[in-house]
Design a protein around this ligand. Structure first.
Ligand code: FES
Length: 215
């Protein structure tokens, strides 16, 4: 398969992505972060999860086969071991996501509070269904299990931020605000999680925002 023979944004669950030969992409800072994090584990292999977060950030928000290969080589473990971890946890993106990844909680409390009405409003506004990315690459819409903020249902996670008390009405404001934002939220989430693993890194992201904050 030619590397670009499919548009992964339009067809997120299509065919496997070919393993390409490529140069390592970790920056010097990323390598330093990985080495620091690895010192806190009894063996390098145990740093696989934070290493994958570093890779997800360094490779622009998703884990390509080249990213998995770089993690494997930097940790001194096999590609298969890294792939096994990356494919086990749903928070690792094995396909590119839109510039903003909206993960809407449809677990019990959010569900009875109208989460699926929000899903339908977002699907209508974006012209896509759950699991898809808009053709312009702006948004990916996904379902999420409980985001542990049930008192503020319905909750939508976008990158490292929570948006709370979301309704079919105010979710359109959320989309408008995100369109204005220059951020690439899948990489922001990965960066925030790397910072949480790095002692003294000064985590500054995250937070939760209400409909009033959406303006
Ligand atoms: S059920 Fe949605 S945050 Fe818990």
């Amino acid at each position: 398969m030619a590397p670009n023979s499919i548009n992964p944004l339009a067809d997120p669950v299509a065919k496997p992505v070919a393993l390409e030969e490529s140069a390592f992409l970790f920056s010097e800072e990323a390598v330093a972060e990985l080495e620091e994090i690895a010192t806190h584990y009894p063996e390098r292999k145990a740093a696989c999860l934070p290493a994958l977060w570093i890779a997800q950030r360094e490779y622009g928000g998703s884990l390509t086969p080249a990213a998995l290969k770089e993690v494997a080589e930097r940790l001194g473990i096999s590609y298969t071991e890294v792939e096994g971890v990356a494919t086990f946890y749903t928070m690792y993106n094995l396909r590119p996501r839109g510039r903003h990844h909206l993960e809407i909680c449809t677990c019990l409390t959010c569900s009875v509070s109208g989460a699926y009405d929000v899903v339908h409003a977002l699907e209508h506004a974006m012209g896509i269904h759950l699991g898809e990315t808009t053709p312009d690459g702006e948004f990916t819409l996904s379902e999420a299990e409980c985001l542990n903020y049930c008192g503020a249902a319905t909750v939508v996670q976008v990158g490292d931020k929570y948006f709370t008390n979301i309704t079919p009405q105010n979710c359109i404001s959320l989309l408008d605000q995100l369109r204005e934002s220059p951020s690439y939220t899948p990489a922001m989430l990965a960066d925030s999680l790397v910072k949480l693993h790095t002692p003294g890194a000064g985590f500054k992201g995250g937070g939760s925002y209400t409909p009033e904050d959406l303006g």
